[in-house]
Write a protein that binds this ligand. Sequence first.
Ligand code: ACO
Length: 150
Amino acid sequence: MTRLLTKSEHIPYPLLLLADETLDAINKYINNSEIYVLEQDNITIAVYVLQGVSPDTIEIKNIAVDKLFQGQGIGRKLLYEAIARAKERGYQNIIIGTGDASIGELNLYQKVGFEIYDIKHRFFLDNYPEPIYENGIQLRHMIMLRKVLE
Ligand code: ACO
């Protein structure tokens, strides 16, 4: 189970930078968001960031697991937790965006119940200073996924 980071604590930028390429991009949302951290022996090993984007929709702006702990089911658990928090708070939708070449994330998000509903065309070309590659493919568009909360 994660805990909410307080405003006076250090933001775990090294982890956030695993999910988002630049500090500039992170700083656009981080101060208006809630940061949930997963700790083991007082070390932050995973994080996710939630931001209400409209009265009925909350967005997972960033989710990252320390490289040493990836592939062990932590990301999936954090997604289920974020979904549960969104429900508790009365939101009707939870959304998440990822790159068009982010095959692993597209797979994982759909496995936990998100569905593609939109594409932000040219997002990675227009918002980042350098080309970003994943799985040998340049990221161009952001794929938006949504889970409707019952
Ligand atoms: N092909 C298909 N599916 C894959 C692949 C791949 N190459 N790689 C990973 N997956 C998927 C599978 O669905 C797998 O599920 P399975 O075990 O049933 O096969 C799942 O990823 C792995 O699930 P977890 O172990 O729960 O995931 P993990 O703890 O590694 O967390 C995360 C996932 C957060 C994406 C982590 O790998 C990470 O921190 N990556 C770097 C940062 C990042 O890219 N974050 C997301 C960016 S988008 C955003 O932040 C909004």
